[in-house]
Write a protein that binds this ligand. Structure first.
Ligand code: KG4
Ligand code: ZN
Length: 366
């Protein structure tokens, strides 16, 4: 028997999502409405367009999460919603829906931090029969080292237990997913850049172009803006133009093989940087488990190389739970609900830019 069934709602960027999870481990339904097709024509997320699209689909997405799980409101014990960080207009749509539903159906409401939640995708180990995801056989054990790599974040965090964690390092400039997206633009590959670079890299020579790895004062901090600029300069050199040449026209001068070679060389350098730092943190802290989280954790080369370099086995979450989803929000909602009082629906606010270690859950006295 389960104790608590949570409906999760996510709308912080360009995915509108709702999911139902039992006791922070068993996924009952998982609905994700992606706006990728809408934003691809602009080459990136347009905040106003994103907010309007969330408004159109949020209620149908939530209703589908309930019907897919064959449940009604009486079967839901609480609502968890992303309140930070993200695009303000997008966050407002999800939180307003959650606040309204919590009031109408009289359910406890928990504000969830999107980046903390990415880590908790790794705690889903069971599912309803119709979902067919390849899930880890068991939950991670503590102490747990988490590499969090998304479009907006690159972080290494060490968890002693649920909600008790410290940040070992973070990005000083661009997040790694952002670097994938920007390098894809330079190379003329479609948005979102992560998956298109990974695909192009399959046909490329990763040793063709030598790209630099930045040295940081704190060994666990990241910097990816230098790598992005290095790719830009190398492409300019390769096609024989100087730095004044318009970067939007650069991709047109690359042939298919050069494009794939650049994708592979960039991916190799970015992945090695992430893995080197994770392995260094592993050696220092000897955690019982390692997890990776966030959209870039869907990268197969990162998974392969990390598994090769670490002395312990890693259980990877399925790719669909690494990119933005509400299953991770509902999962973390369970662990938050055991430690933190629910927030009155009329008092919930959004926090577009607070960092993951600023939440009530991580700040409480353990
Ligand atoms: O976690 P996420 O879905 O959204 C944020 O919270 O930012 O991460 C999106 C990021 C994008 O930068 C995207 O290019 C990247 O994750 N990404 C990937 C892959 N799939 C998504 N990066 C590398 N390889 C992939 N297969
Ligand atoms: Zn995310």
């Amino acid at each position: 028997m389960y104790q608590m069934r949570i409906l999760g709602i996510e709308s912080s960027c360009d995915e509108t999502a709702a999911a139902i999870v039992e006791d922070g481990r068993r996924l009952l339904s998982n609905v994700v409405n992606s706006q990728i097709d809408i934003h691809a024509q602009y080459g990136g997320v347009v905040p106003e367009v994103a907010a309007r699209s969330h408004i159109e689909v949020i209620n149908p997405v939530i209703n589908k999460a309930l019907t897919d799980a064959n449940l009604g409101w009486n079967d839901i014990d609480a609502i968890a919603v992303t309140y930070a960080p993200g695009l303000i207009g997008s966050l407002l749509v999800g939180t307003l829906a959650a606040r309204t539903l919590a009031l109408v159906h009289n359910k406890p409401l928990y504000p969830i931090h999107h980046v903390e939640a990415h880590v908790y995708a790794n705690f889903i180990t069971d599912q309803a029969n119709n979902l067919n995801l390849e899930l880890p056989a068991k939950q991670p054990t503590f102490p747990m080292l988490a590499l969090i790599v998304s479009g907006g974040h690159s972080q290494l965090a060490l968890f002693q237990s649920h909600g008790d964690y410290s940040l070992l390092g973070q990005t000083r400039d661009d997040a790694v997913g952002e670097a994938f997206d920007k390098v894809a633009k330079i190379l003329g590959l479609p948005y979102p850049g992560g998956p298109s670079i990974a695909t192009a890299a399959e046909h490329g020579d990763a040793n063709k172009y030598r790209l630099p790895k930045s040295k940081m004062d704190n060994a666990y901090d990241f910097s990816f803006s230098g790598l992005k600029t290095a790719v830009l300069r190398a492409v300019q050199r390769e096609v024989g133009v100087d730095t004044t040449f318009p970067s939007t026209e650069l991709a047109g001068l690359l042939n298919e093989q050069q494009r794939c070679d650049f994708a592979a060389s960039f991916q190799k350098t970015a992945v090695e940087t992430l893995v080197d730092k994770t392995v260094a943190a592993f050696r220092k802290h000897s955690p019982a488990s390692v997890v990776i989280a966030g959209g870039v954790a869907a990268n197969q080369e990162l998974r392969r190389y990390l598994a090769e370099q670490l002395p312990i086995a890693i259980n990877y979450a399925p790719m669909s739970l690494c990119t933005d989803n509400a299953a991770m929000i509902a999962t973390l909602g369970y662990y938050v609900s055991t430690e933190v009082e629910p927030t009155p629906p009329t008092e919930m606010t959004v926090q577009p830019s607070i960092s993951m270690n600023q939440t009530a859950w991580s700040k409480r006295d353990a």
